[in-house]
Every structure is written in C-alpha cells, then in structure tokens.
Design a protein around this ligand. Structure first.
Ligand SMILES: [Zn+2]
Length: 406
C-alpha cells in the first residue's frame, strides 16, 4: 500500500463506529472485503451489553445541565445533595454517603468501588476540555466488570459545566435515567495466512471508535497497519502462520480481544501477539510496549537501531488488545506512534484523518513488516511463552484483580 492507498482507507472509514453499533459492523465488512484480497477473511460475532437510552436528565439546584446518561447503568431517579470528590483520601470518601458525587477523570473500577462502599447514590463525570470551543459530551457506559451487578445511576457532562457547578457552589442534584438494555453483537474480523507449521502469530488492532470520534488515529491507523502487513505476507513466505484479528469493542474494555482469548483451543498454538494501537500520525515518536520477558525489549531496540528506525519503549502492560493475550500467557507487544497531546488527541471529535500522514504510515508499516518477518520466519520463535512475575503483577492491577500501591 502506498501513501495514497492508505489515505483512501481513512477517507472510506471516516465515521463513528462504537462497539456493537451498525456502523461498527459496516467497518467490519469494509475491512473483511479489503482483507479478502489476501486470503479467506471472516467476521466472527461476540455478545456485548447494549442499551437504548430513552431519557437522561441532570439537574443542579433545579437547573438542567446538558448531559449524557451512562449506558447500562439502569433506569431510575435519584435526588440528593451534590458533592465534588476532589481527593480520594478516606476522609473525603467518607463524605460521599447519600450524595450524588462528581469525580475527576475516568470512572475506573476502584473509584466506582470506593463510591459504592462509601454510600454514594449517583455519580457525575465530566470530560472534554474547558479551553476548547466545543461543548461535546462523550457517551459513556457503566461497564459490567466495573459494576458487577451493583449499579447506581450516573451522567457525563462537559468540563465547562463541571466548572460552573463548582463556581456557583451548587448543593443539590437530580439524575433521571431511562434506558432499555439488551444483549447485542460486536464483531472481530479474522484473516488467516497459514504458515509451514501449525503455530501462529496473532496480529491485532481494534477498528471501533468512541462516541464522538472518527477514530482515524485511534485506531483505523493500526487496522490499516494490519492490512499493510497482510499484503506483504500474502506474497512472501512465512514459517509461522499469521492470524490477523481486527478487534471490535476495544474502547468498551477490550471486549473483542477478550472474546477471542476465551477460546483456549485457539490460543494453544499462538506463540506471540503483535498489537497495533495508533500509528502513522504526523507528529510524535514510535514506541513499543512489551508484556513479555525483558529480552524482547532489547531485541526490538537493537533491531530498530540496525534498521535505522527511531524507537522508544519499555516492558509494561499496555491498555489495548495485547493485554488479554498476555493475561493468558501469550507474550505480547504493542506498537504505537505517540503524538504529543497538544498536537493530536483521541476519544473526541478531533481524531480525524487530518492527524494522519500516509508516508509516515508507510514507514511505520515497513518497520512492523520487518519485525513480523523476523518472528514469522524464526526457526523457533525466541520469545519465552510465559509471563514474568513482574508482568503478572501488573496484569493483576490492570485487570482490577489487585489494587495498585498508592
Ligand atoms: Zn485505541
């Protein structure tokens, strides 16, 4: 693929494609049709929780504030004192009881558990940026692994509204949520390029986006990267099989890769996962993040140096589709080109093809082809197929089985 072909794909897929939506399926079909040029490609469905939001109201001291209700957070109405949880120390948390609580940042697993334990009756999050002209509000969901059956209603608002609530010193709040919840489908797209031996390398990239985003950078870029690698190996020999998996619903909690990794039989022959999440942007540096033995880090940096390709990286857990593989003991490495966040941001309406550069995409793909080629034509894939203890510990934290030390 040349730079022009690459940009054409960004143009063709310049629409929002949330996990489980009809648009996500449309993108899956597009990728399948492209991948079919290189081999047999199929769409594999998996179940995801879905919701039709019928009503979402947020009032502060009787005044309605623009909001989006949390999907999958149930239906109901709650009216209570309003509290802004500025810090998460025990005293501040103890003030949550019986209140609708606004928190900074993302509603992660542990903060949600803290809210429940401390008796909060509703929650408010905010996103966007007070300095941007827009007043966009992202559509969030209460993820099933966060609530585990204990749900309180919540809304997301814009950062500008959040500031106004605190500036005015509002004391009461009301949340009304009405939604119809059901089980729907999201989809992985799978292309197999069989090798000379039954073992294979899984190459992954998610193709879904968040609610406001066309997700060119995050992560049609990685999806195009997989197409570029597949194009190369459709014409070139490889000893290990290559399985390309375009994952659905990554933005909803790595649901596509988790669904794939539930199949123990399919993972048995998988020796390595190579994951692409955000490459080829105009600005920024190329990185790797290896959830594997540390030797792989040295190997990648030596190889990049040998090829004259700038790279930075570390051994760590990456917040992407590589993690479910690593959690099942498959060594995994994610690659990304990380733009400084004053030049490109994600999960908002600014993530469009304007952030992308076809020539940079092509260079990044060349490096990824070179790395894949070493691994795919190895006499024996040299990366140990076991997780070092420090990575197991990080996986426990990332997957909310263990709280990170404060
Ligand atoms: Zn992503």
């Amino acid at each position: 693929m040349n730079a022009q072909d690459i940009m054409k794909i960004f143009e063709d897929t310049a629409y929002v494609r949330m996990g489980g939506s009809a648009e996500e399926l449309r993108a899956a079909e597009y990728i399948r049709d492209r991948a079919a040029a290189f081999g047999e490609a199929k769409i594999v469905p998996f179940e995801v929780p879905m919701s039709n939001l019928e009503e979402a109201v947020f009032q502060a001291d009787g005044v309605s504030i623009a909001c989006k209700g949390y999907l999958c957070a149930g239906s109901g109405e709650v009216e209570a004192p309003f509290y802004y949880l500025r810090s998460k120390d025990p005293w501040s948390l103890s003030q949550c009881r019986g209140k609708i609580v606004m928190v900074d940042g993302y509603l992660g697993y542990w903060i949600y558990q803290d809210l429940l334990e401390n008796g909060a009756v509703g929650f408010v999050t905010y996103d966007g940026n007070a300095n941007y002209v827009d007043e966009d509000i992202d559509q969030r969901e209460l993820r099933s692994y966060v609530h585990k059956g204990s749900r309180i209603p919540g809304v997301n608002i814009n950062a500008k509204s959040a500031i106004e609530l605190i500036r005015k010193g509002v004391t009461t709040a009301k949340i009304v949520l009405k939604q119809e919840e059901y089980t729907g489908n999201s989809h992985n797209v799978i292309l197999d390029l069989p090798g000379e031996i039954p073992q294979y390398i899984a190459l992954t990239a998610h193709y879904d986006s968040t609610s406001l985003s066309q997700g060119a950078y995050d992560n049609m870029s990685g999806s195009v990267g997989l197409l570029g690698i597949a194009e190369h190996f459709a014409k070139n020999p490889h000893r290990y099989g290559l399985r390309f998996i375009w994952c659905g619903s990554e933005e909803r909690g790595l649901l596509g890769s988790k669904a794939y990794c539930e199949d123990q039989e399919a993972l048995k022959d998988c020796v390595l996962n190579i994951n692409l999440d955000m490459i080829g942007c105009i600005m920024g540096k190329f990185i790797y993040c290896a959830t594997a033995e540390e030797k792989l880090c040295h190997y990648i940096s030596y190889m990049a140096s040998e090829l004259g390709f700038g790279i930075d990286g570390r051994q760590d857990v990456y917040s992407s589709d590589s993690t479910p593989f690593a959690d099942k003991g498959v060594p995994a490495v994610s690659f990304a080109r990380i733009a400084p966040n004053n030049t490109a941001t994600i999960h908002n309406s600014y993530d469009t093809l304007a952030l992308m550069k076809g020539e940079q995409m092509a260079q990044d793909i060349d490096f990824l082809v070179a790395f894949t080629n070493r691994m795919a034509n190895a006499v024996r894939c040299p990366v140990a197929r076991e997780m070092p203890d420090n990575m197991k510990d990080k996986l426990d934290q990332y997957l909310c089985r263990k709280r990170a030390p404060k």
